[in-house]
Design a protein around this ligand. Structure first.
Ligand SMILES: C[S@@+](CC[C@H](N)C(=O)[O-])C[C@H]1O[C@@H](n2cnc3c(N)ncnc32)[C@H](O)[C@@H]1O
Length: 284
């Protein structure tokens, strides 16, 4: 089976540590839940038959919805062709600034918004998704003379995956997204990173601070009691170690590509936390 890969580059994308995540995932499970799915690197790698995927970011989840809907997918692809043909610096800023008038923006067809999100992600500086306090996309032009929005067959493969399997797409808060999870289901949490110092961690207009990390730990513990397999990744911070001290904490090294300060790129310690041991990790 051909596996898809993320159709957008996303801050905190998990491609770098995908092998580690696989190593620590449970051997078998029922439904897969990914409440902070972002670009979906791990979702596509596992390609489970039954999954519930979620992210607070409405523009992003609208793209998953449009790739899944056959009619919408065709229309979205036509829009992508148009963006590729018209691509220039001026055109980029025209498309980017469509969200400045909220009333008009909200009336734009969902497949057009989806194509805009993909196009901006490919054409902007560093493939970053960033909005300001008014929820306006504010990343400057990436100076590429050509953009490749489909990445070969990838969009088609992702479309096949979302359609031929039982995939529920949500856009809500993580706590709500896992409320139906049952014994034997597998939940992978990849929240916005905690930090010991303060760095870039605001993906949505909401932000995700220490209180949110604590609320997430409560949800993790509740799912543990329910008999779910729960895995979480985060930075190796004091708070994270404190919140999950009764679980298995594995420290791993990851390379980070997206950082607002180029000099800070490099290796950072991350942790993978699980409430179970599988055949591969049993002796660790
Ligand atoms: C570290 S990123 C996930 C990256 C993803 N695993 C990937 O491979 O691209 C965290 C995600 O959490 C989302 N998010 C932030 N607050 C949230 C909330 N309260 N509920 C659900 N999702 C949220 C952000 O929009 C962002 O996409």
């Amino acid at each position: 089976m051909l596996k898809g890969k993320p159709f957008v580059k996303w801050a905190g994308g998990k491609r770098q540590i995908i092998d580690k995540l696989k190593e620590y995932a449970p051997d078998t499970f029922n439904t897969y839940y990914e409440p902070f799915v972002g670009g979906g690197a791990f979702l596509f790698e596992l390609s489970p038959k039954n999954a519930v995927i979620n992210d607070y970011n409405k523009e992003l989840m609208n793209v998953y919805e449009c790739i899944k809907g056959a009619n919408k997918f065709d229309k979205m692809c036509k829009e992508l062709n148009h963006h590729e043909t018209e691509h220039s610096e001026d055109y980029y800023y025209r498309i980017r600034n469509m969200d400045r008038d909220k009333k008009r923006f909200n009336r734009i067809a969902d497949y057009k918004r989806a194509a805009r999100t993909i196009y901006l992600n490919k054409a902007c500086f560093n493939g970053l998704y960033r909005v300001n306090s008014k929820n306006e996309f504010n990343v400057p032009f990436g100076k590429k003379s050509k953009v490749n929005t489909y990445e070969g067959q990838n969009l088609g493969i992702v479309c096949g995956y979302l359609n031929y399997n039982n995939i529920r797409i949500l856009s809500t808060d993580f706590e709500e997204a896992v409320k139906d999870a049952k014994k034997g289901d597998f939940i992978y949490f990849d929240p916005p990173y905690d930090s010991d110092t303060s760095t870039f961690n605001s993906y949505t207009e909401e932000g995700f601070g220490k209180e949110e990390q604590k609320r997430l730990a409560k949800v993790f513990k509740e799912l543990d009691k329910r008999g779910c397999y729960v895995m979480l990744s985060n930075h190796n911070t004091k708070l994270v170690n404190e919140l999950y001290k009764e679980f298995n904490v594995y420290v791993i090294e990851a390379k980070r590509n997206i950082n607002s300060n180029g000099k800070k790129r490099g290796k950072v310690e991350e942790v993978i936390i699980t409430n179970y041991k599988n055949d591969r990790t049993f002796n660790n």
